[in-house]
Write a protein that binds this ligand. Structure first.
Ligand SMILES: Cc1cc2nc3c(=O)[nH]c(=O)nc-3n(C[C@H](O)[C@H](O)[C@H](O)COP(=O)(O)O)c2cc1C
Length: 190
């Protein structure tokens, strides 16, 4: 089966919700769907969102990439989609990620500065700049720690998310103490 690599740029249509930590909620939803769907088809790549623009890179079996791209192009969460790269590929250049979204902020800012660019506008990237962007995504080691482009420093989602909220935890401790007290009282009555 022939492989295909594809990169495109687009503009988000949703109102950007600034988030102090973590990831823009619309983008988080896109990522969740992407990870579920892409893993099933062994599609790999990366998504970068910044300055209300998307840059996405995809690799996989030609038919799968093309089918996904048709779906993505119909998605009204973005517009002005510009195909930057679409060419055959011998084999996947990504290890095992279904859709990387990485805390590139600082790397991308440096990349933009190096090229004298004031904002993230991937539709205007040269082919060399596209390849550089793909390398940034590919080489990032901070996998799955989701961070927003707008954040100055990288913030991370907890590796072990809290299962219980603080309030619920306090309630459970109080209930356990109450039960313990009741048992003590019952014991003293015997
Ligand atoms: C910028 C952008 C990138 C997207 N990337 C992917 C992707 O890599 N994989 C995917 O399945 N859906 C992606 N989507 C979502 C698709 O357009 C579509 O909503 C989704 O595939 C539908 O999946 P479902 O039928 O499982 O709900 C993307 C959407 C946007 C706006």
């Amino acid at each position: 089966m022939p492989f295909l690599r594809l990169a495109y740029a687009s503009e988000a249509t949703f109102e950007h919700n600034p988030v102090e930590k973590g990831i823009e909620p619309h983008v988080a939803r896109i990522l969740m769907t992407s990870r579920q769907n892409n893993a099933k088809r062994q599609l790999v790549g990366g998504l970068y969102y910044g300055d209300n623009r998307f840059f996405q890179y995809l690799e996989g079996e030609e038919a799968d990439v093309q089918e996904l791209y048709r779906r993505i192009q119909k998605d009204d969460r973005h517009r002005n989609i510009v195909t930057l790269i679409e060419e055959p590929l011998e084999a996947s250049t990504f290890s095992s990620w279904s859709m990387k979204y990485v805390p590139l902020s600082r790397d991308v800012r440096r990349f933009l500065e190096n090229h004298g660019l004031t904002r993230f506008d991937p539709a205007k990237f040269t082919s060399e700049q596209c390849e550089e962007m793909i390398d940034l995504i590919r080489n990032s080691s901070a996998d799955q720690k989701l961070v927003n482009h707008d954040e100055a420093s990288s913030s991370r989602q907890p590796d072990h998310p809290q299962v219980f909220s603080t309030g619920l935890r306090t309630g459970l401790i109080m209930a356990a103490l109450g039960l313990f007290g009741a048992l003590l009282y019952a014991g003293s009555m015997l």
